[in-house]
Design a protein. Structure first.
Ligand SMILES: [Fe+2]
Ligand SMILES: [Fe+2]
Length: 169
């Protein structure tokens, strides 16, 4: 098999993190839907789908490399989101945490001279730059908008149109 037990275990944990993120983003989307902010809701539903896709990338990689998939318990989503700023801050904190996790996976693959693993993980390293910067910008827009969240709706609406148009998600 092309994957060490240790990296296999760490990637299984990452599947849990990605699915956990997917659930968190459903929760955030639901908050925005309840606040009658459909573009923000749609944005986070899309993010949720993306996180599931990330989890599935790990699943398929582990299988291809001859490892064993096991999925850890996934915690309940954060309760009681009060404001848009809090919701987006939570998403940004989560992306920063995932970035640390991906870096740790890469460190392990490097330590083990697992070049195939490194090449697989490189996609996630690049993806995290995108994810963190998207959330960071969104947080900036939300803070600037204050109570005027309809401006944020326009912003994520445009973002959604750009993504649908084939720009990087
Ligand atoms: Fe992810
Ligand atoms: Fe993400």
């Amino acid at each position: 098999m092309l994957i060490s037990k240790e990296l296999n275990q760490a990637m299984n944990n990452q599947i849990g993190s990605e699915l956990g993120a997917s659930n968190q983003y459903i929760k955030i989307a639901a908050y925005f839907e309840n606040e009658n902010l459909p573009d923000l809701a749609a944005f986070f539903f899309r993010q949720s789908d993306e996180e599931r896709m990330h989890a599935m990338k790990f699943v398929h990689y582990i299988l291809e490399a001859g490892g064993e998939v096991s999925i850890p318990a996934i915690g309940a989503t954060a309760a009681g989101i009060q404001t848009a700023e809090e919701a987006v801050q939570m998403a940004l904190d989560w992306e920063m945490e995932v970035t640390r996790q991906i870096n740790a996976l890469m460190d392990l693959a490097i330590k083990q001279s697992d070049h195939i693993g490194q090449s697989f993980l490189q996609w996630f390293v690049t993806e995290q730059l995108e994810e963190v910067s998207t959330m960071d910008q969104l947080l900036g827009v939300v803070k600037r908008a204050g109570e005027q969240l309809l401006f944020v709706e326009q912003y994520v609406g445009r973002l959604g149109a750009a993504q649908a148009g084939g720009a990087p998600a």
